[in-house]
Unconditional design. Structure first.
Length: 239
């Protein structure tokens, strides 16, 4: 893509930059165990991720409603204890969250192109910033817009907030995500959308997402934005 066509890249976090499902599953199951409730397999938790922690808890309770012993769970207590355990995991030595292959290389290359970078996630800003710092990715990220700012994807406001903080118009930004939530938010904000095929997408195949382009890895994104921008722009305008 011509250098001036894209000025900023906005990234989803869970399922796009970071594989967080192991720690989310662990925190959720620890909170459930405290209430003597059945636990959920990691594959099931993976399907429940998306739209923020409150939605994760709601979906977990619905999943447990058909399991003996799952109907007595206190939702408010579960949410509180999830945050407690997830915070402990993030701060401790048992954290399993990792950046996907190619993420660091891709972010570094994008910054060398002179692009501004932001994370736009339904996770809290504080938790997101902590993870980025702990994994050594924060040095490339200019802004973090979390779901605790009053709006959440698929609403367009988080993307528009990121663009405003980066001083970039929506037409000059590209969103990178792994779910229909990211696609809907990008369309609503009039931002182009590129997807990765390996994320969560609430249990659906990310390869079916109606985005403008796919990249197998974040490391492939700089080449897409510099060499194939005309087709990406055409796809966005057609959409």
């Amino acid at each position: 893509m011509p250098a001036l066509a894209v000025q900023a890249v906005l990234f989803d976090l869970d399922g796009t930059l970071l594989d967080t499902v192991a720690d989310i599953s662990c925190a959720l199951n620890r909170a459930l165990a405290e209430q003597l409730a059945p636990t959920l397999p990691q594959a099931e938790v993976r399907r429940l991720i998306g739209r923020g922690v409150e939605t994760l808890i709601e979906r977990a309770l619905r999943a447990l409603a058909v399991v003996p012993g799952g109907e007595a769970v206190d939702a408010a207590r579960l949410l509180e204890r999830f945050h407690f355990h997830y915070g402990q995991i993030q701060r401790g030595g048992q954290m399993q969250t990792r950046a996907y292959p190619g993420v660091a290389r891709g972010l570094a290359s994008l910054r060398l192109l002179g692009l501004r970078l932001a994370v736009v996630t339904n996770k809290s800003s504080r938790s997101s910033a902590h993870l980025l710092a702990r994994l050594g990715l924060d040095c490339w990220i200019d802004e973090v817009v979390g779901g605790d700012g009053g709006y959440r994807k698929p609403q367009p406001q988080p993307l528009l907030t990121a663009c405003a903080r980066l001083a970039v118009p929506p037409a000059g930004a590209v969103m990178v995500g792994d779910s229909m939530i990211d696609v809907l938010a990008a369309r609503a904000a009039d931002v182009r959308i590129v997807c990765v095929p390996y994320g969560y997408n609430e249990g659906a195949d990310p390869r079916t997402l109606p985005c403008d382009a796919f990249v197998e890895s974040i490391a492939d994104l700089p080449a897409l934005l510099t060499a194939k921008g005309s087709s990406l722009t055409a796809a966005a305008h057609a959409g």
